[in-house]
Every structure is written in structure tokens, then in C-alpha cells.
Ligand binder design. Structure first.
Ligand code: ZN
Ligand code: FE
Length: 743
């Protein structure tokens, strides 16, 4: 039996089912999944199989059941056998699970042995991926191996009727790990004392580092503006939104508007940070942003903090400085975060690997995962038609890697931006980790990387062992990721791949690309955004006015951009001079940069402080517009979409004094129209009826809504990403799919 069937209470379920139907035999975790040997009447076997499929634990996902007749061995009972490690490992590892209702009840029951115990868990809940050191999933292979079970835990662990039967991380206050709080020289020992001291600090406006499931968080009172400001200062995080944690759905509803689907996502076992329209302003938490990221308490520790009187809304952000990877090792956390946190709440159970919180939203096409990490990783997202193992190393921003074993595509947790040295280390660690966990033979491995010769991921891929290396073009990988999610190998599509930057076939920077083709036949570039010349290399991505300079050199009859209403800083003129002289310039068809240019024209004339900020600002501005606006012109001209009339219209409207929000809205509709015109032409010319949209630009839900509205009456199917991010976090899956089909 294949699927997520290990570590999710599956064997106890099988045991109870077999006993209920008077069947004898055994169940065993095998590297590839779970094996069951059954002896009994045919009728009982049939019922068993039916109920096995229908009644499996909610968190288990069965992907295949194989039934074979075997010799009768005359078993007299049904047992759970110990795992043996043999052969080759491709079992799926369960992602980490939030504390369940039953455990929560015990956590707050003063008569229970695990009253107020932050490491409470059972077969239906608790850590998995973050405690597993190797497969198969058994206690000696987890970070709990250091804590021998006492009589209570061992008894429950061994009793097939118990909720903790074979719960690998099972522990109680007598035998298991504990928490302590360190604040400079002061120290609080014990779980309850640590929680109480942490709560006192949080109430007092302090910043507390909390060891959670996949790493450390920095927490503070989200309603205490001074605390939030202090956190921003110490973390060197100027404006990038913080996520908040609450204890209940009711508390979340006071902060954000949750659609039924958003609420389902919020309560789901992955417990992602859900982005939703904010109802209240928490000052400094998500400055200038109409959306707020909210997540539900998921670790027992979180519930203990809220129960002990912690502020109702807590900022919960990855513990790191700026964009380093999240800290997960105690010594490392204390060293890196001293001066940043006022206290450390340190739990003894080691974290096997870092796994950040995931980020998701309910968009116009349903669930979108913007950061795929805790709760999802390392789940398999597709079965690829390939036998040999593949390792796809992703792109340099928002990196993830994908390992394909026996066709199953395991997508790693979010790793981060590889321009940072620590993220690059984390990237290498994750590769080693997954390759060794699945016992993949390096000599058979096909390593897939981006075509960008200077990407850190490409350079590392080149140094890795492996049978062969294969480069895949960035924007094709985006489209491939959408098709791979649906296992649509032969579907011919028009693929629209819009993002900030990616290396093109011709060595220029692409980012506004239309493809026609399928995974099987490959993707032909059929249309693209008209090319612009931008100045200043990487700085162009940080300064929207520098982007504007590049695009506007092709627009005629401009007013002085230094004066009102534009008031562009000096940098704009300098960038134009560089472009005119051809110094440090590059050619690009990037749609992300076109959004930046428009943001500059509408008032975002400063430096951005996090990736995508100007585009998010522009979307938020457009959302402020209540009126219906006609789309600005964005015509198809041969094989390009011509941005000149679009930007000329923005400039003209601004000079005329039209409201900036209205212009932003009309810009979005114009871009959507341009996309739809191009798509209609291409699908007619090529006889395709499916449209695939991917790339970071399509994180913009307003743009998606406009595209959807315009294409709804057409007979086009629209596919977007849902299991992996549309941003570069989805690239590794797309790379793997492209490589699988050329194999
Ligand atoms: Zn539980
Ligand atoms: Fe991209």
C-alpha cells in the first residue's frame, strides 16, 4: 500500500479493523509503504478492504492498494510487526501535524498525566518530518531516541487499542524532554515556569524566541506597536509584513475576512499562514498592506501560552536576521539571536531539519500556496512518468528542491534566497538530507538545474555528483509546474509565464512569455512582452524608478519626470543616461519590471525593501478604487505585447490628475486584456483550449480575477498552480517534470 501511511496512525487503524472482522495476520511498515498479511473468510476480507479505503485516518493519504493471494500461514492473532530496513526506500514521509483535539483536552485536564506538557502528541498528531532522522519511521530513527519511554508511555506505545499505539514521538513529563526559559543570566526551569515567564514578558512588550516544530519563532504582542517596532528594528526588517498567530477561528475572524475556503485552509492540518483581507489595522505588522497573514496555534506550546494569558494576537515570525534561514538549532539560535530576543524558550527535543511556516491564500482559482513548507513538505505532489531518480535544484529565489524517486515527486520545504550564504548552506544540507533519506544512488541520479549559468543553484548542481546534468529554461519550468500538478503530460496549452526575472534562450532576461506546447512535445515561445533596455544590473529590481527609466525611453512625448506629479529622484535621470550610453544595461521582457515601472509612475519612487513590494503596492492601490474603469490599451503587435501605449496612457492620466488608484485599476485591467487578446489569438491559431498561468506575477489575485472575468465566456480552461507556488518555489517541480519527459 502506497501513500502517506507511516506515522499517521495507520497501523493501529489496520489492527483495529482486522480484529473487528476476526482476521489474523500482521501489518508492517515497509520502506515503500505498508504491508498487511491477512487470513480469514473471503467475506471478511472484502469488508476489510472496503473499510480500509473508506475509513483510513483523515491525515493518511493512500495512493495505491495492491492485493495479492498469499499462502496460508495459520496465524492465530493479528499483530503489528517491527519494521525491518531492507532494500530501497520510497515511502512518503508525513508532514508535521498540529496537536489534535484529544491531546488538547488532555493538555488542559489537571488529572491527566500529560497536563500542561508541551510535548504531548499521539498517532494522529505531532511532529513527523521535523523529527525523522531516517526511514523507516520508527522511534530509534527520530530525535526522540534520546528519551527512553517510562512505563506509562511504553504501555500506551505497545497497546494496540491505545491512541498512542506506535506513536513514535510519544512522551510524558516523567520520561520526555522539557522546556526552559533563558533570559541573559536568568533562567526558568520546567515547562510551566517557562510558559509563565514567557507570557509575562510578552505582556510586557518583550520579544521572545520560541522553539517550535520546524524552528524558532520570534514572538511579540501584535497590538503593542512599540514591541512590533522594536522587532522590526532588531530584525532589520523594514516593511515586509509579519504574520500573526491566534488561538481560535473566532479570534481570526476579528482580524481578517475569511471566506469558507480560506477558513478551511486556516484550520487545515498544514496550518499555513493564510493571507486574507484585514479588518483591523495592527500598527506596524503589515504596513500599507490591505492583507494580513494569520495562522492558528498548532504546537501544544502555542496553546499553553494562550491559555496562560499571552496577548490574544501574537506576531510570529521566523527567528532570523533579515533573510537568513530560520534558526532551528539551540546553540545557533542563541548565538544569532542574542540582542534580538529578550528571552529564549528552549525545548530539549532536537529539530531534525528546519521547516518554516507555509503561506497560502484562497484566490479566485481556489487554494494558492505561496510558500510551501511546514505541513506540506515533503509530501509528494505528483507521480511523474519516469523510473530513474531525478534531483531538480530549483531557482535562486524562494528556492525549493524536488527529488523524484520511483516517479514520486517529493518537493522540499522552502529554503530561501540563495544569494545569502546561509541559505546556500541550507540548500546543500537539504539536498544531502533528502538524497540520503531516500537512499538514492548518486551514480544513477539525473540532476536538473536552471539554464542560468550564473545561478548559485546551477553552479552547485554542476559540482554535484550524479549521472548527468540537464538545464531547463526558467519560464518553461513555471508552465511545466502547473501541468505536472495535474499530471497532464500530453495536454497542449497556451502557457503564460510572467515573473520578475529568468534566463532566456537568447541570454537576455525574460519574464513576459507566452508558450505553446505540452510537456511531451516541449514549449515553443510564441509571444512575449516587447523588450526594453534596463540600466544598472540587479539594482533595477530594487528601484522602480530605474525600471521606469528603461521602459520610458521607448515612450514619446514625456513630460519632465522630476516635476509633479511624478517627482522622480535623481536616480531616474542617471539611469536614463546609462541607458543612452549603453553602460551596464540589459535587455528584458520582464512583466514584473513593467509592474514596477507603473508603480513608480503612480508614486512608488523609493527603494523597495523586500522582493515584490512595488507590485504588491500597485495591486493594493488598485484595490482601493471603487469605480469601474476602462482598461488601458496594451495591444498585441506581431509577436509582442506592446507596453508603449500602456505606459503612455498611465503617464497621460497622471498628468491629467486622474486618481492614482483608478489608474492602477485600469492598468491591471489593461494587462489582463493584453494577456487575453494574446491568448485568444494563440489558442485559435494552435487549436488549444487550455490556458496555464504561472510565475510570480500571478500571485496578484486582482490580475487573475480580471483574466478570469474576461475569459469566462470563452471555452477556455484556465489552470493555475495549487500544490506548489506560482513563484519560483514551484520551479523545481517544473524542472523535474520537463526532465522526466525527455528521459
Ligand atoms: Zn493527538
Ligand atoms: Fe520565476
Amino acid at each position: 500500500m502506497l501513500g502517506v501511511v507511516q506515522g499517521v496512525g495507520f497501523r493501529p487503524f489496520v489492527y483495529r479493523l482486522a480484529r473487528a472482522h476476526g482476521l489474523n495476520g500482521w501489518v508492517l511498515n515497509e520502506p515503500e509503504g505498508v504491508a498487511i498479511h491477512l487470513e480469514g473468510s473471503e467475506a471478511a476480507l472484502e469488508v476489510f478492504l472496503r473499510e480500509l479505503e473508506a475509513g483510513a485516518p483523515e491525515v493518511a493519504r493512500i495512493t495505491a492498494i495492491e492485493v495479492r493471494a498469499v499462502e496460508h500461514a495459520g496465524f492465530e492473532s493479528f499483530t503489528i510487526r517491527e519494521s525491518e530496513n531492507h532494500g530501497h526506500v520510497s515511502a512518503r514521509i508525513s508532514p508535521d501535524l498540529p496537536v489534535c483535539e484529544d491531546c488538547l483536552r488532555e493538555l488542559f485536564d489537571a488529572r491527566d498525566a500529560r497536563f500542561h506538557y508541551p510535548y504531548i502528541n499521539c498517532t494522529y498528531c505531532g511532529p513527523r518530518y521535523t523529527v525523522i532522522e531516517r526511514l523507516p519511521y520508527d522511534r530509534p530513527h527520530t530525535t526522540m531516541k534520546w528519551w527512553p519511554m517510562d512505563q506509562l508511555c511504553a504501555g500506551q506505545y505497545a497497546h494496540p487499542g491505545d491512541r498512542r499505539f506506535h506513536a513514535q514521538p510519544v512522551a510524558c513529563p516523567k520520561c520526555g524532554p522539557h522546556y526552559r526559559l533563558e533570559a541573559g543570566d536568568a533562567c526558568a526551569h520546567g515547562d510551566e515556569a517557562s510558559v509563565e515567564a514567557a507570557v509575562a514578558l510578552l505582556k510586557d512588550g518583550g520579544i521572545v524566541a520560541l522553539k517550535g516544530i520546524g524552528g524558532y519563532h520570534l514572538a511579540c504582542d501584535a497590538r503593542n506597536e512599540a514591541a512590533v517596532e522594536a522587532l522590526r528594528e532588531r530584525k532589520f526588517r523594514k516593511e515586509k509584513p509579519f504574520a500573526v498567530m491566534v488561538r481560535s477561528v473566532a479570534a481570526a475572524r476579528e482580524l481578517v475576512e475569511l471566506t469558507p475556503d480560506a477558513e478551511a485552509l486556516f484550520k487545515s492540518a498544514a496550518r499555513p499562514i493564510v493571507l486574507a483581507p484585514a479588518k483591523v489595522e495592527l500598527r506596524g505588522v503589515a504596513p500599507g498592506n490591505g492583507e494580513l497573514g494569520v495562522m492558528l496555534a498548532y504546537a501544544p506550546l502555542h496553546h499553553l501560552l494562550f491559555e496562560a494569558g499571552a496577548p490574544e494576537v501574537l506576531v510570529m515570525t521566523s527567528a532570523n536576521r533579515s533573510s537568513e534561514p530560520i534558526a532551528y538549532d539551540d546553540a545557533d539560535a542563541v548565538r544569532k539571536l542574542s540582542g534580538l530576543a529578550d528571552a529564549f524558550v528552549i525545548g530539549e527535543r532536537p529539530i531534525a531539519r528546519r521547516v518554516d511556516d507555509s503561506v497560502a491564500r484562497d484566490g479566485v482559482f481556489g487554494q494558492v500556496i505561496l510558500r510551501r513548507s511546514r505541513g506540506y513538505a515533503p509530501g509528494a505532489v505528483a507521480m511523474l512518468p519516469v523510473n530513474r531518480p531525478l534531483l531538480a535544484v530549483g531557482a535562486d529565489l524562494k528556492n525549493t528542491i524536488t527529488l523524484v524517486v520511483d516517479g514520486q515527486a517529493f518537493v522540499s520545504q522552502h529554503i530561501g534566497d540563495l544569494e545569502h550564504y546561509q541559505a546556500l548552506e541550507a540548500f546543500e544540507e537539504t539536498i544531502r538530507d533528502l538524497v540520503s533519506m531516500y537512499e538514492v544512488d548518486w551514480d544513477k541520479l539525473l540532476v536538473v538545474h536552471d539554464q542560468h549559468p550564473q545561478y548559485a543553484s546551477t553552479l552547485r548542481a554542476m559540482e554535484l555528483p550524479g549521472a548527468r546534468k540537464l538545464g531547463v529554461q526558467h519560464h518553461r519550468a513555471h508552465i511545466a509546474s502547473v501541468l505536472a500538478e495535474r499530471e497532464a503530460w500530453d495536454e497542449r496549452v497556451v502557457g503564460v509565464s510572467f515573473d520578475g526575472t529568468g534566463y532566456g534562450d537568447d541570454g537576455s532576461i525574460w519574464g513576459g512569455e507566452f508558450f505553446v506546447g505540452s510537456l511531451r512535445e516541449g514549449f515553443r515561445r510564441a509571444m512575449h512582452l516587447r523588450t526594453a533596455t534596463l540600466g544598472g544590473g540587479d539594482a533595477a529590481a530594487r528601484y522602480p524608478v530605474q525600471c521606469a527609466a528603461g521602459f520610458l525611453t521607448q515612450v514619446e512625448g514625456l513630460p519632465s519626470m522630476s516635476n509633479a506629479p511624478f517627482e522622480f529622484p535623481e536616480r531616474y535621470q542617471r539611469a536614463r543616461q546609462l541607458i543612452e550610453r549603453g553602460v551596464r544595461t540589459f535587455e528584458t521582457s520582464s512583466m514584473g519590471r513593467l509592474f514596477d515601472a507603473c508603480a513608480a509612475l503612480l508614486g512608488f519612487t523609493r527603494e523597495i525593501t523586500f522582493e515584490g513590494q512595488a507590485a504588491i503596492w500597485l495591486e493594493q492601490l488598485a484595490r482601493c478604487c471603487g469605480a469601474t474603469t476602462a482598461p488601458l490599451p496594451f495591444p498585441v503587435d506581431g509577436e509582442t505585447l506592446d507596453f508603449r501605449p500602456l505606459l503612455a496612457a498611465v503617464v497621460e492620466a497622471r498628468v491629467r490628475g486622474r486618481d492614482a488608484a483608478e489608474i492602477a485599476r485600469a492598468f491591471h485591467r489593461g494587462v489582463a486584456n493584453g494577456i487575453c487578446d494574446a491568448v485568444e489569438m494563440l489558442s485559435e491559431a494552435n487549436g488549444t483550449s487550455t490556458l496555464a498561468l504561472s510565475g510570480g506575477v500571478f500571485q496578484n489575485d486582482l490580475l487573475l480575477a480580471d483574466v478570469k472575468m474576461r475569459l469566462e465566456p470563452e471555452r477556455l480552461r484556465i489552470w493555475t498552480n495549487s500544490a506548489v507556488p506560482p513563484n519560483d518555489g514551484g520551479i523545481s517541480l517544473g524542472q523535474a517534470a520537463m526532465a522526466a519527459l525527455v528521459e
